[in-house]
Design a protein around this ligand. Structure first.
Ligand code: FA5
Length: 344
């Protein structure tokens, strides 16, 4: 009997070493320490051994049982530690790894350019003035000295909404809105906004684009001031000390009218790819406000004079960044737009 108890203990110890997971360990416990286990079965046979041997064998069986219980507890604790360690290793987070970069988006190149232009003029004392994109024929043409059937209307191919309403072809109707709203006070405003032309789209021309109009009205406003103002603007916008030239031109709402050219930013006037060999880049149409237009705006041309100019921010951005096709601006290709991520 003693031999049976001891060998049962040895076998149970050996099998415990082989139990490598919680399931095997539980099966071992039921087999060896359970109420219906091998040791319990032996204990029930104690009644059959001589009376004087019973206490000794009973104590031996108890010793072996508590030894097995202690080994079982240690093994269970060791397996649990192992399990936890494996789980921690699997879920480990390396807090020193760089995070996923946020993609906050960016302002469209046109918005960036408009904001820069407006900031420069704001710095020179100009207010920002906005006027409607859907205009009347009267504001877009008539009050700008282009009555019905005036041939100059052909300079602006127009989307008509109906007989008298249209999508503005330029920001110049804003001149009339500004003057009518301010007369007889002096004016110094810029008008940024979207314009529409029923035009074939090409590398240089869109059917929908932006303009920034500028208008100054007061006493003794001169063409020399216009040139000085645009020279200062060009130096701030393009960098360096820029030179300007005024080239005679024609707009019905200004007299005299000019195209404003700036020395080429790439070659400084020698002639290159950007300026197509001319040495000059066109940056705006401009002129002294026509007396009729001043009058239409509510100013007496005998007392007041003024100048106005209009520029295309997409064309300016093309010059600044060396972009050779205006169609990139509004075709929503992020590979193009994402290149211009400078802040506002
Ligand atoms: C005008 O629209 C006049 N209203 C400008 C003006 C204002 C003259 C005040 C005098 C006094 P023009 O059609 O040239 O002018 O257009 C002005 C600028 O808009 C051009 O210099 C060019 O930069 C831009 N532009 C014209 N057409 C397009 C087009 N299809 N796509 C992109 N930009 C254009």
């Amino acid at each position: 009997m003693e031999q049976k108890i001891r060998s049962l203990g040895e076998r149970a110890h050996a099998e415990l070493g082989a139990a490598v997971d919680a399931g095997a360990l539980e099966a071992w416990r039921v087999e060896h320490l359970g109420r219906k286990g091998a040791l319990a079965a032996l204990m029930t046979q104690l009644g059959a051994v001589p009376k004087e041997d019973r206490p000794r064998l009973g104590a031996l069986a108890n010793d072996i049982k508590s030894g097995l219980q202690a080994s079982f507890d240690r093994r269970l604790a060791a397996l649990e530690t192992e399990r936890r360690r494996a789980a921690e290793a699997a879920e480990r987070v390396d807090v020193t790894l760089p995070g996923a970069p946020p993609n906050p988006g960016r302002l469209h190149l046109t918005t960036q350019t408009l904001r820069r232009i407006c900031r420069i003029f704001h710095g020179m004392g100009f207010e920002i003035f906005e006027s409607p994109e859907v205009e009347s024929d009267q504001y877009n043409f008539e009050l700008l000295n282009m009555p019905q059937h005036h041939p100059a209307r052909d300079m602006w191919d127009t989307f008509y909404v109906n007989e008298t309403t249209l999508l503005r072809t330029h920001t110049s109707p804003g001149q009339i809105h500004a003057m009518k709203g301010r007369a007889p006070e002096p004016i110094r405003v810029v008008l940024p906004g979207r314009v529409f032309r029923y035009e074939a789209v090409s590398a240089r021309s869109e059917f929908m684009f932006y303009q920034v109009e500028g208008i100054v009205v007061g006493r003794n406003v001169t063409m020399a001031q216009l040139k000085g103002l645009l020279e200062s603007f060009a130096s701030q916008m393009y960098g360096g000390k820029r030179r300007l030239r005024l080239r005679g031109s024609y707009f019905p709402f200004t007299e005299p009218s000019v195209e404003v050219d700036m020395d080429c930013i790439l070659c400084g006037g020698k002639g290159c790819r950007i300026c197509k060999g001319a040495g000059w880049l066109e940056i705006a149409g401009a002129g002294m406000i026509h007396p009729t237009v001043l009058e239409n705006g509510g100013y007496d041309p005998a007392e007041f004079s003024g100048f106005a100019f209009g520029m295309g921010p997409e064309r300016i951005a093309m010059q600044v960044h060396g972009i050779d096709d205006i169609r990139y601006f509004y075709s929503n290709d992020l590979r193009f737009l994402a290149q211009f991520s400078a802040g506002a």
